[in-house]
Structures are given as C-alpha cells and as structure tokens.
Design a protein around this ligand. Sequence first.
Ligand code: GDP
Ligand code: IMO
Ligand code: MG
Length: 440
Amino acid sequence: MAVDLLLGLQWGDEGKGKIVDVLTSNYNIIARFQGGPNAGHTLVFNGMKHVLHTIPSGIFHENAKNLVGNGVVIDPVIFKKELDKLDSQGVDYKKSLIISRKAHLILPTHRLLDAASEASKGKAKIGSTLKGIGPTYMDKTGRNGIRVGDLEMEKWKQKYRNLANKHQSMISFYDVDLQYDLEELESEFFEAVKILKSLEFIDSEEYLHQAEKANKSVLAEGAQGSLLDIDFGTYPFVTSSNTTAAGACTGLGISPGSVQEVFGIFKAYTTRVGSGPFPTELFDENGKTMASVGCEFGATTGRPRRCGWLDLVALRYACQVNGVTQLMMMKADVLSGFKTLKICTSYNYKGEVIEHLPYNIESENVEPIYTEFEGWSEDLTAMEKDSSLPISLINYIEFLENELKIPIKIVSVGPDPVSYTHLRAHETEADLVCRLLLEK
Ligand code: GDP
Ligand code: IMO
Ligand code: MG
C-alpha cells in the first residue's frame, strides 16, 4: 500500500480541502487522521461552495472510501449537520464513509469546558474554535474518553453520564458565568448519535492493513497546520493534536515505512486565525488587501484571518518536521497587483540573525528580515490552459524552491478545481511552462 500524506505547513486554511478533492481520483482511500470539527475544508465546484469539518474531502467522489481515522475527534451533532448537507445535495455517502471505532467522541460538556476554559483565560485565550477539541483530547490522553466503539456497547450511556457529571463539576470550578441547558444539548446529542450509529464502524487499522495487502492507495488528509501542532507549533497557541506527518501514523495505525509522498501545502502569503505569535503579520493596507482579495474569513467560525507576508523561516521548519517531498503553493492569484512582495528569510532574534524557528517567536523576541521581490499584475485566475506564469511569479517560485530544495509541483490560482497550474518536472526554467490540469 502506498500512503501519501497531505499536510498544511502554516497555521491552517492553506487550501487542503481543495487539493484533496483534486487528487482524490488517484486514490482508493482518503483518510482523515487528526483534528475534528475545528477544521473547515472548503471545496468549490460547479459554482458551489462546500465546507467539510470532520468528513474527509474525498466524499464527493464515487469511487473513493472516506475514512475518519482513530486520531480524529467526532462531534455527532456537527457530524449529523454535515451529513444532512450531503443528503440535501444527493451525495450517497452510506457506502463510502467509514469510521474508526477508536475515534473519540466530543460530548456537549466538552464544548462547555472549552468555552469555560477560554472565558477564564481572558486576554490570554487561545482563540479556540470552541468545538471542544482541547477537552476531548485531554480526556483521550487522560484515559477517560468515550470512543465510537463504545456506542456499540450496552452500557455506554452510563459511561457517558459519569463523564458528563464529572465535566459539570469541572465547569463549576471555572469562575465564569456560563449559561447552558444541558438537557437540550443532550437531547440533540443523543439524536445525532443515532444517525452516527447508522454508519459503518470499523477496526480501521486492520482495514488499512488489508488495504495494504491488496495494494490499495491511501491519501491521508491532515487538518490544521504544522504551526498548530501540539508539540511543534506555537505552544500554547496551538490545537491539541499532532498535525504533522507523525500524526498520520498514530492517527491511522500505519507504519512510517508505508509513507511515500508528503505533500506540503502553503499559501503564497501567511494567515492565522485565533491568538498567538505571527512574526510577519501585517497591520497595513497590504494585510487588508490580502484579507479582502483572499476572502480570509475562517471556514468554521467566520472570524477574520490575520494576514502577513510569507515566512520562509517557519516554512523551512515545517518542511523539516514533516519530511515534505513535494510542495503546493496556494492562492498565488491573491498576490496579483502588489508592486513589491516580501518573503521573510531570517529573523533578528535578540540581536542575532537566525534562520531557524526559535523557542520564542513573540514580537518582542523576533524581528523578521525580508527579501523583496517584484510583484506581478496579471490576473492569474484568468490564465488559460498552456499560458505561462508571469516571470515575477516564476522568480518567486524558484527562490522558494532553491531555498527549500523541494519542488513546488502545483501552483493554485483560484478556489475551483480547474484553477490550478501544474508545474511539470521543472529542474530547468524552460520546464516552467505550465498547463492547467483540466483532465482531472
Ligand atoms: P483548508 O482548511 O486548508 O482546507 O482551507 P480553507 O478551506 O479553510 O481555506 C482556503 C480558502 O481558500 C477556501 O475558501 C478556498 O476555496 C480558497 N482557495 C483555495 N485555493 C485557492 C486559490 O488558489 N486561490 C484563491 N483565491 N482561493 C483559493
Ligand atoms: P483547518 O483544518 C485554522 C486554530 C484556532 C485556534 C487554535 C486552537 O481548516 O486548517 P482549537 O479549536 O483546535 O482548540 O483551536 O487553532 N485552529 C485553526 N486555524 N484552520 C484550522 O483548521 C484550525 N483548527 C484550529 O483558531 O487558534
Ligand atoms: Mg480551514
């Protein structure tokens, strides 16, 4: 079995959903391995926008199996809403959507605990999506969680009650005024659990081992981004799972040796939603332009995303931690019209010039050092098949490839699946002639 990984290299929202959708026809199985409904993966096709939170982004393709892996946390209520949307679009997911018995469940009280924890932190809040992610992973590692497989046991409701009672007493420890009607939340939860139970639960690691024997191909779909990783991200302003390549092994039960390609996705600039350090953040007109042209609003919470120049120091770090073999640069079209572009190539860190990501990247410790590039004015979204990229964009791409020593295989120039440019083997400049992959 060949397993390829697809991961975000920044603070999430790089465009993972779009590329998974584009690549799905090459794979037998699309597997989400971590995160939960904090993710918002957008797919745009036939003029319609679809946002997926927990369901893998291959769901719109008939022939692929879509696996929600053991590393994912599932909120049955949000899951049901996603299924309802698929139903309304006539998507037949019953046979193609499979769920690991070992995935953990987000309970209504996990969401409440998330809200209470964030409210109690005041200005120091993480900026969580408030989907209960942190408390659910805490219960997982604390060995208190409820898993999908428990729903098949007779006594799961007792287990639920014990845990929810414990959560309620934990909520009362927080000195915050949290109004909630647990009865109402629970009736919605139990209704949604019934729907979840109508889907196929599997021993997913065994399923993948059998797939390996049958020579099936798997695309593991990451959520969030490397800088939100619980170990390697900008802690504590991170999510609660391993978003990096290693998370695919623990989140699916695959061996490191089965991993082939590691696709690293990044935006041609940088965005972040929620709190935490962001060295190249822009507070000027350039940042506002990126936000408005790039429609930078969170796909899950609708919050405005913070925008800034591309941070090569952070990108280099993410490539190393993940072992990226191929890069995909998204939203190049958003940079059209900037006279000058900047890439942060090193940091001034407490008076010293460094090229690696240090322990502290708060603005008082780190000042970005930039290299400037001439911009391009062409509307890339209007590019036709076989038209070539503007020379300034080629320079931008080549600079990154030379610095990172990893090829940029796809340059995306619009939200829909046909708006991406495939750079073929482009060791030489002549090969930078690009074509739109309309044969998708
Ligand atoms: P994900 O979480 O990584 O799947 O990314 P999101 O869906 O949260 O955010 C990416 C946004 O950018 C979505 O609104 C996409 O439709 C959009 N998008 C993806 N690729 C491109 C691109 O090349 N150009 C433009 N303008 N938008 C894109
Ligand atoms: P996708 O998969 C962008 C951010 C939140 C917050 C921090 C912790 O769409 O790229 P959490 O709810 O996990 O406790 O929030 O992580 N965050 C994301 N930012 N894209 C995401 O997912 C994110 N998932 C979580 O904004 O700062
Ligand atoms: Mg997103």
